[in-house]
Design a protein around this ligand. Structure first.
Ligand SMILES: Cc1cc2nc3c(=O)[nH]c(=O)nc-3n(C[C@H](O)[C@H](O)[C@H](O)COP(=O)(O)O)c2cc1C
Length: 358
């Protein structure tokens, strides 16, 4: 019985590869501000799927990334956008408290004004359609049905991030071609459809994969804390058809991470990462530092206001290579991230996993 199940794991993964145009069932997570063309090209040329986190990009930047990618690889890639939140509730006292906490860390946060606080979402969606990626992905919720219809009409596959079975079922019902099971171990933002529910919906990946796999008819992509062939083989054995890795790719030379962040990953025990709203107002996992501690007592402003308020601090921390104020996203497996070229890493991860699968 167990043998039959593990054999099925390899067959499931190969079916996924055939459908999504891959040689290995590994997706590089689309990481907003950490998914340069060079990383995507290397992953795709290693047989995996490249990912662009386009959250903060203009239409021209999205087009430029897709063009750059296609100049370097004819492999598969996904472009990712966050489903937009409703406009944040304004609360002057709370914004002032967040501002004061940030001023103590330095530099002075900017005035918030009336916005807009994010790039034009409709223009970003149009740029994504124009770029015609093989795959588009969503996190934080679903697309409008009209946009899903536009994707389908162009033959673009849609994958949707989910943190609970209810979210996964909603994604499947809306037409998702695969669902990403994002475990609580994951680096970066939690994809909870309801932002306020994120702290209460922290489910480990070992519980999430079989729960999704037993209930869904579309393939499950496992994400969160997967750092090597053991993790990949385990995820596939539990019912996933593929895996999505973010933190594992952060120390690749192509990613071009700030040195302090890359070193911080190498040193970070799982308990050195925390879930925090300090940087954006949305819950996310990163390396604990002065900025995350400053918001243990002070409530951050809601997303995306907190992101606007922290912009100067994040920029200065990057310039000064100062991990104490850096938004250093990291999954719980951070210390296992290898500083290795991404194409080689992709091939090696799959070779390690294959050796463990019958
Ligand atoms: C630096 C960083 C940025 C991320 N940005 C995004 C994003 O823009 N969109 C998204 O869907 N997921 C994003 N994620 C989450 C990943 O899709 C994925 O869930 C996570 O990396 C998996 O856990 P791992 O980091 O332990 O591999 C990000 C993750 C990291 C580490």
């Amino acid at each position: 019985m167990s043998n039959a199940r593990t054999r099925a794991a390899r067959a499931r993964a190969m079916d996924f590869c055939a459908r999504f145009g891959l040689r290995v069932p590994i997706l590089q997570a689309p990481m907003a501000s950490a998914s340069p063309v060079a990383l995507g090209v290397a992953v795709a040329n290693g047989g995996g799927m490249a990912g662009l986190g386009a959250l903060q990009m203009s239409p021209a930047e999205i087009a430029g990334w897709a063009q750059g990618f296609r100049a370097g690889s004819n492999g598969a890639f996904q472009i990712n956008l966050w489903a937009p939140d409703p406009s944040p509730l304004r609360d002057a006292a709370r914004e002032e408290a967040a501002r004061a906490a940030l001023a103590r860390l330095g530099p002075e946060p900017p005035p918030l004004g009336e916005g807009p606080f994010l790039p034009d979402f409709a223009a970003q969606c149009a740029a994504v359609l124009e770029a015609r990626p093989p795959v588009v992905s969503t996190i934080m919720g679903l697309w409008e049905p009209e946009f899903i219809a536009e994707l389908k009409a162009r033959g673009i596959l849609w994958i949707c991030n989910a943190t609970t079975l209810a979210e996964a079922r909603a994604a499947e019902a809306a037409g998702a071609d695969a669902v990403i099971a994002q475990g609580a171990e994951a680096g970066g933002h939690r994809g909870s459809f309801t932002p306020e529910a994120a702290e209460a919906q922290l489910i480990g990946l070992f519980a999430l994969i079989p729960r999704f796999a037993d209930a869904l008819s579309v393939p499950v992509i496992a994400a969160g804390g997967i750092m090597d062939g053991r993790g990949i083989a385990a995820a596939l054995t539990l019912g996933a058809s593929a895996v999505q890795l973010g933190t594992a790719y952060l120390r690749c030379p192509e990613t071009g991470l700030a040195p302090a962040w890359a070193d911080g990953l190498a040193q970070a025990a799982p308990e050195d990462t925390v879930l925090t709203r300090a940087f954006s107002g949305r819950l996310a996992r990163g390396i604990a530092n002065d900025a995350t501690r400053a918001f243990e007592a002070v409530p951050p402003a809601p997303y995306p206001l907190q992101r606007v308020l922290t912009t100067p601090m994040r920029a200065e921390a990057g310039r000064a290579n100062d991990l104490s104020r850096m938004q250093a996203w990291a999954g719980q497996g951070a210390a296992m991230a290898r500083a290795e070229p991404a194409a080689e890493l992709t091939r090696r991860l799959w070779a390690e996993a294959e050796a463990l699968l019958p």
